[in-house]
Design a protein around this ligand. Structure first.
Ligand code: ADP
Ligand code: MG
Length: 312
């Protein structure tokens, strides 16, 4: 069974249990509408040693920041502000002295940057390797929430930054090149919290998600949930320095935002975003009718076997 097949199985297994007002499995976060016109959103991500990080290649401080960053990215992807987290850690007895404190300093620094409270969690011993689970909670106006399911045919597809640095950085780390700019980027993802909240407040932004597994895989979630297709102009993909097109599309862990915009307001949004943040957003293609994902080069279809990263 694939990772996403397993998630479908879980969703079906629980379909008969009342959702208690939650909009559950399938988006970057689950959504709970409140009575005051706001919603809470919830997400959990797990990081395990060897799978998500290598102890010899990543400092405890960086792992602390990264385990929070990947969760804040999922909250930002909903268009709302992260407000609190729960942190659960399983630590083996062979950890170097000071590892846990340094981990917490990293976790604290990113929490402080976005004023995110730590409200609970669990601490336990592990027999093999470090395991970290973070649950993040966000809050915002229900009208601002962006779902994967709201893309419309004709929408322009955007990403908020260059892609591929993290994937190239992982290749560097595996080759024991620890200090390349790409390796540093891989260890230090910066969640686009402010950008996500800003895009959330713009009605012309329809669907949004964060890029954790790579555009080639993540875009398919928007297409499937919105029942639409897409054409991507590969020459418009912003490729990070030192990376390449395939890594930019399949590498994963860039944690930029992927979103779709009403075509009539795409140009003003590009200008507004740039004047607000001083950085560009990149139009890379269009949402189409049907359900096909078509890659184009200079307007002509190209055949690829591009897939994003999956865990199974
Ligand atoms: P993301 O990459 O944004 O964290 P995923 O693609 O990992 O999202 O997950 C897709 C959806 O499946 C999310 O809504 C997530 O909450 C849900 N999900 C993943 N694993 C499980 C699980 N073991 N039990 C319940 N829901 C899950
Ligand atoms: Mg996500």
């Amino acid at each position: 069974m694939t990772e996403f097949g397993f998630i479908d199985y879980i969703a079906n297994l629980f379909a008969h249990i009342p959702t208690n007002d939650f909009e559950g499995i399938g988006d970057d976060c689950a959504i709970l509408p409140l009575e005051n016109g706001e919603s809470l959103v919830f997400t959990a991500d797990l990081l395990t040693e060897q799978v998500h990080f290598l102890r010899h290649a990543t400092s405890a401080y960086e792992i602390g920041r990264k385990s929070l960053a990947v969760n804040l990215s999922d909250v930002a992807a909903m268009g709302v502000r992260p407000i609190a987290t729960l942190l659960s850690i399983a630590l083996p007895s062979d950890l170097p002295k000071g590892w846990a404190k340094e981990f917490m300093e990293g976790y604290h620094s990113l929490s402080d940057e976005f004023s995110v409270a730590l409200i609970g969690g669990d601490t336990t011993r592990s027999d093999s390797g470090i395991t970290i689970n973070v649950t993040a909670i966000g809050r915002g106006s229900s009208a601002n929430i962006k779902r994967r399911s709201d893309a419309q045919s004709g929408d322009v597809i955007f990403v908020t930054g260059e892609l591929g640095a993290s994937g190239s950085g992982l290749q560097d780390l595996l080759a024991r090149k620890f200090d390349t700019p790409q390796a540093v980027a891989h260890r230090n993802p910066q969640p686009q919290v402010t950008e996500g909240i800003w895009l959330g407040a713009h009605r012309e932004v329809h669907a949004m998600m964060d890029l954790s597994d790579g555009l080639a895989s993540d875009l398919r979630h928007i297409l499937r949930r919105s029942k639409v297709g897409a054409e991507i102009n590969t020459e418009l993909i912003p490729i990070a320095e030192g990376s390449d097109l395939q890594t930019a599309l399949c590498g994963g862990e860039d944690y930029k935002l992927l979103f779709t915009v009403d075509p009539f307001t795409a140009d003003p949004l590009i200008r507004n975003f740039h004047s607000h943040f001083g950085t560009p957003i990149y139009p890379i293609g269009r949402i189409t009718e049907g359900n096909k994902l078509q890659w184009l080069r200079n307007g002509s279809p190209i055949e690829t076997d591009w897939q994003g990263f999956t865990h199974f």
